[in-house]
Design a protein around this ligand. Structure first.
Ligand SMILES: *Cc1c(COP(=O)(O)O)cnc(C)c1O
Length: 371
């Protein structure tokens, strides 16, 4: 036992580092008397589009809304099929479902845990209109290959970039490869707001214009409804906060990579363990540090008894959730996703975690495996 307490996740250092700037920005919004879709939102949309490397960014109320609105402007509807990873967070599946379309799971590469071309080659593509690659754990999918594969088959690519703000492939940021791409600003993401938020990035001016109408009740002009839209507008306070935070994202992502490097060094060579990709370049922004072992639950308890918090991303894959009973999957239907779900354990990893913290976590883990 020890007094050393290390939470699984902490915003303390990040939010302390920018507190003065953030509170100033929020104070300005308070005094502006404009709270929804104003100048802070416009500034953020420009800055984030520039950061990602697309011509347009349209903010909205959440990452899930960003996925749903993206599929909707691509014309995805009832009976259409959408390829999704079998091992993602359920939001990626819920987006096609919300439009009456059917999520079709594709097993990931068992090493990277991301979609690869190999498993796309074997899919039945009847009525498949889109594919949603997810840059899971902050690690970029092989986008040039996926885009080439999909383009050849007339399938739209829509990136789910909820976990990978700032990751890149060959210097091009994730969230700029698909025709429309979804981002989440949930507080725990690498670029997290002080509440809910999301965005869609695209190079297509027409789709961006449609998205702006759809997120605001289907109106271009007040009280003139062109289409049946929804309310998925973004708040000024959230945008003002992200305008501050965006300037720190690259620095904090580098810090995540440096800490991940310490874990990778200290944990190399353990048996019955899979470590995440050892890429320590901009393909990886380490949203989390996914450690995988067959002794996950016992290790998790041992770490907890030594004051170390951990999380599991995710304990039950979407196909085995009650919400998806209608699709008829059973245990064993998607063995790679199920294998990952049984073994994944997210170790503490966030800007502000100290080298001593990482070494403490690694000592507990190597002690556990030496028994
Ligand atoms: C967080 C997340 C979402 C959903 O974002 P919200 O803002 O919570 O709606 C979608 N996909 C993935 C992979 C996520 O991690």
């Amino acid at each position: 036992m020890t007094d050393h307490r290390i939470p699984a996740l902490s915003l303390d250092r990040m939010h302390a580092e920018i507190e003065t700037e953030a509170l100033d920005a929020i104070g300005n919004v308070y005094r502006s008397r404009r709270y929804v879709l104003g100048s802070e939102v416009e500034t953020f949309e420009r800055a984030y589009a520039e950061y990602i490397g697309t011509r347009h960014c349209v903010t909205c109320a959440s990452g899930l809304d960003a996925l749903i609105l993206s599929l909707r402007v691509l014309g995805i509807g009832p009976g259409d099929r959408v390829l999704v990873p079998s091992n993602t967070y359920v939001a990626t599946w819920l987006a096609p479902s919300a439009l009456g379309a059917i999520p079709v799971p594709v097993e990931p590469d068992p090493v990277t845990c991301n979609l690869g071309i190999e498993n796309l080659e074997v899919q039945d593509l009847t009525r498949v209109k889109a594919i949603i690659p997810v840059h899971l754990y902050g690690q970029a999918c092989p986008m040039p290959e996926i885009v080439a594969w999909a383009t050849d088959r007339g399938i739209h690519v829509l990136e789910d970039n909820a976990q990978a703000h700032g990751a890149a492939v060959n210097g091009q940021r994730t969230g700029s490869f698909g025709i429309v791409n979804a981002h989440s600003f949930y507080p725990t993401k690498n670029l997290g707001a002080l509440g809910e938020g999301g965005a869609i990035t695209t190079d297509d001016a027409d789709l961006a214009a449609q998205l702006k109408v759809l997120r605001n009740y289907g109106q271009r002009e007040r009280y003139i409804n062109e289409v049946k839209g929804i309310n998925s507008r973004f708040d000024e306070i959230q945008a003002a906060f992200l305008n501050v935070k965006l300037r720190y994202l690259d620095k904090w992502n580098s810090e995540r990579r440096r800490l991940a490097g310490l874990y990778l060094d200290a944990l190399a060579g353990l048996s019955d363990v899979d470590l995440p990709s050892t890429w320590l370049d901009d393909r990886q922004v380490f949203h989390i540090f996914p450690f995988r072992t067959g002794q996950r639950d016992a290790l998790r308890e041992d770490l907890a008894s030594h004051g170390v918090g951990t999380l599991v991303h995710y304990p039950v894959p979407p196909h085995l959730q009650d919400a998806y009973r209608e699709l008829g999957y059973v245990t064993g239907s998607l063995p790679v996703a199920e294998h990952i779900a049984r073994r994944e354990l997210s170790l503490p990893l966030y800007p502000g975690l100290s080298d001593d913290d990482v070494h403490h976590v690694c000592r507990v883990i190597t002690g556990f495996f030496s028994r």
